[in-house]
Design a binder for this molecule. Sequence first.
Ligand SMILES: NC(=O)c1ccc[n+]([C@@H]2O[C@H](COP(=O)([O-])OP(=O)(O)OC[C@H]3O[C@@H](n4cnc5c(N)ncnc54)[C@H](O)[C@@H]3O)[C@@H](O)[C@H]2O)c1
Ligand SMILES: [Zn+2]
Length: 394
Amino acid sequence: VSADGATPGGAQHVPTRGSTGDAVTVHVDVRPPYPVRIGPGVLVEAPRWTPSRRVAVISDGHVDLLHGDAVATALEADDRRVVRLVVPPGEASKRVPVWHDLLRRLAREGFGRDDAVVALGGGVVGDLAGFVAASYMRGVPVVQAPTSLLAMADAAIGGKTGVNLSEGKNLVGAFWQPRAVLMDVTSLRTLPHERFAHGLAEVAKHGLLADRALLQAVLDGELAPDADDEALTRWVAASARVKATVVARDERESGTARATLNLGHTVAHALESATDHAIEHGEAVTWGLLYAAHLSHLHHEALGEATEDWRELARRLVRRLAPRPPDVHDWGALAPFVARDKKARDGRRRWVTLPSPGDPRVVDDVPPERENDAWEAFVADVRTLGDVEEGDGT
Ligand SMILES: NC(=O)c1ccc[n+]([C@@H]2O[C@H](COP(=O)([O-])OP(=O)(O)OC[C@H]3O[C@@H](n4cnc5c(N)ncnc54)[C@H](O)[C@@H]3O)[C@@H](O)[C@H]2O)c1
Ligand SMILES: [Zn+2]
């Protein structure tokens, strides 16, 4: 990851043509590299990154109403023919029939291989429209324009696109890197507050993996829906930088770098399945990070390694983000879902642990008793923290 300038850490203030304020660029060093532009008003840069006559702006019903005009107007002002394709909001749009319908719409509109797609919305639209772009005529250019914090922090960088099957989430898809990613931080102001908190879980994960100041900003409430443009830009960029660095090291998840992004996610996915998705992904990740804190502590202490105890940081995160407590208390009930996690290999469970914040490890030598001990300690915490007043923090 490098910046337009040469500042280590990868960002520089660049005045944005046609935008309302300063934007920051984070480069994703894959082949070909692409920029992530973060700042207030960067949606107006859409024409600059879509080198085509026709542009399909794919969005969902909520986001199209709120932010569709900003993109369409900017493109039309630059003489592009804009086709707005709107799908119903929600995970149910990430399905093959919706993907198929979008492909047919592009074909009927006469889209060619040089025409472009803008994915404007949360992670659902990003994955769906990204996969439309990856598959239409074997691939057309896509610009990711994430509007939810979760999509900015996670989904929009890295090129993973796809749809769900009835048999499971994200079972069909492709790696398809965007031409550019436009993160207009002002769009976060229309995001419901609980959704902002879900995104913060992923931002906190990035903070734990590689950026202590970012973690602190989440814990202190500096990255919040009512923060000013400058603060939103700074912290969204910090989070993007962590994701971009990991993606650049391991574009196709062939090594272990990208696997570290799974911190907290093994238990998160299990909690989501075990509760039949009664708790949302971001809530489950918050709890998953707390479990990871306990497991990391027990595991690396047992190995006699130098560790920094980050359990209290994880508890503070739970208090700040106030996820609903999962209604699962015994490891026996959760373990089958953990075993099913697709990150497990050769029958051995792979865990991402942090002996200390900033030092992720992928380990496969955690004895089952230790998983269970971490669970007992975790459940004791859930009982105490679950009583915390909703809304403490954000
Ligand atoms: N490709 C990846 O690497 C990756 C990574 C993480 C998650 N994902 C995927 O992302 C999806 C979840 O993303 P999500 O949480 O953004 O869900 P989402 O796309 O469903 O958005 C959540 C809700 O917020 C609304 N919304 C989005 N932006 C808004 C805004 N600015 N103002 C008002 N409302 C807004 C949407 O209309 C929707 O109702 C999942 O399908 C997940 O699999 C993909
Ligand atoms: Zn996640």
